[in-house]
Design a protein around this ligand. Sequence first.
Ligand code: BGC
Length: 745
Amino acid sequence: MVKEKLLSLVAALSVCLAMDAAVPVYQDETKPIEQRVEDALSRMTLREKINIIHAQSKFSSPGVPRLGIPEIWTTDGPHGIRPEVMWDEWDQAKWTNDSCVAFPALTGLAATWNPEMAYLYGKSLGEEARFREKDVVLGPGVNIYRTPLNGRNFEYMGEDPYLASKLVVPYIKGVQSNGVATCVKHYALNNQETRRHNTNVVVDDRALYEIYLPPFRAAVQEGDTWSIMGAYDLYKSEHACHNQYLNRILRDEWGFKGAVISDWGGTHDTPQAIANGLDLEFGTWTDGLKSGAVSAYDTYYLALPYLKMIEDGKVGTKELDDKVRNVLRLTFLTAMNRNKPYGALHSDEHYAAAKKIGEEAIVLLKNDGNVLPLKLDGKKKVLVVGENAIKMMTVGGGSSSLKVQREVSPLDGLKARLAGVAEVDYARGYVGDVTGEYNGVVTGQDLTDSRSADELVAEAVEKAKTADYVIFVGGLNKSTGQDCEDSDRAGLELPYGQDRVIEALAEVNDNVIYVNVSGNAVAMPWIEKVPAVLQVWFLGSEAGNSIASILTGDANPSAKLPFTFPVALKDVPAHKFGESSYPGIKRQDSDIWDVTYDEGIFVGYRWYDKEKVKTLFPFGHGLSYTTFEYGKASVDKAEMTADGEITVSIPVKNTGARSGAEVVQLYVRDKKSSLPRPYKELKGFCKVELQPGETKTVTFAIDKEALSFFDVDKHEWVAEPGDFEAIVAASAEDVKSVVKFKLVD
Ligand code: BGC
């Protein structure tokens, strides 16, 4: 009996062992990923390999059903998880469980100057993506802010490559900690929306390497992003999605091992796509699956046309295998990762994160006479004016448009916060964009108002006469020609006659607070007439609550501008050199428009420093409700060698009456160099929290990289020995202390 039992146990064990042995290597998560990739590759047919490198629907690729290798599901990105569209059409799928929490758009994140916020952002967003069963988030965007007219600047991280690099890395780590890939976009040089599909960027190598590429390089080398999205534009007359030059930099110089995903419809040529590193093709249009047995996706550049080239012997399968490897690796890290967390949707933590990031994103640009925070002792009358106080901003703007579970408007946020404390009244002031629909998602708001502009101004002015405070919430919105994909703005001015309304309000009330909702700089010709200005971005679900916190002083502003506000468009370097520099000039023999980046490396503050042009608000500017005093900067040694580093220290004291955080900025200046260099460049920053009266010493390490420029002839980064300055500043125009040091051989 005992013997029989033993025998059956042995039999059962050997079944287990046999089953174990049957687990194919590619499914065995204990095996190294490269081994699994090779194993899966070896089992795939040619047709399966072709299938896995292009879309099967608007947002998914098919995987290998026969082998149980799952589909990859992508989603926009970058500040919330996009609602579901139909399998093969852009119309809404009409699910009722596909809403999300919207986080502040990325210019707002950049304004926090806080890598911890970037990690929290990425982690929370990744959790929402994970819960919604997405494998790839199409973001973040890190194209450099070249012109304030670019309709997509709100999806990016500002004008400085160092700032964007330092924030993109924790964002990526946060998202990917969920087993969800980031797809950092749009690689590269997609700095305008006007004619984005046929703009050829002409840029010198220094500007390319020093200004436009660093955030992508950081995303690859420090962030380890699992995918990158190729851009729509052209560079050296080849589309960026399959561009030999950009691909060489990405793969050979930076060692990128992930997947290059095309922007939707950004692929244009099969041989180039084969040769230049594109791994996964997605598209925006097809009429496929409506009729017949053949999917329109078969006509994609990386579908049957590629297969035919292989079958005709025009190309081998080496490149195909590399593409499949990259897609498999992405799949193993995401869709086929059994160890990933479960994610979460609409959680209290996500709303709290959105609110906190929003509070840290709001920039106090001006605060004459400390008009802010609102002084609410005794009953006060607060008048809120402007369409952006009531308009839902999470709908619109293009592919980043969202369907939110809830969104608190500035007016509602303020009303909730001031309930029982002050009387809040509202006047429309102007009518801008009354639509509330994008791609089938409707806000449900009825913003129509048939009154004339004169009537609207008159009403607001009348109410403003008796108000203690007038809070004008205006700026841009997400409609075409504003902060919106696929179009640029026509000018720097505020739209819809807002300047007139603000001027009229300032005539009758001394306490007009201008709250600017936008992802871009706007002109403020009336700036001297209003005592306070806040830049509040597109803050997402918790917009109104974050804004109310800052206005009332519940939270102390600690944000700084991630780009310059110019006085006028003509001051902006991209607009200095005429049409050839923006928006471009059409080639005679084709529909390609060349845009030449004549300003070279002198983008943003680098230009204003060099040309000594006055700005409205400089890069890095932002006030607080407390005050900070900077001591004298010092270095731990006067000289450094190229393989060493020096430490710069500076004491910073909170001299005001409340706690607050200051973003201390370190710029480096090369006193003499063989090539023209910017007057100074951001090479460090630190957000330091200080209690009233408290002093902390902030330290920065400076190494060779911080001193280097890109030497085009040598094709490498070079730091020339000689004199340097470490410039500690509160903004690009508010230098606090300068200390000299030398780089020696
Ligand atoms: C945009 C991308 C976006 C994609 C998918 C494209 O038009 O440029 O940023 O991720 O659509 O929606």
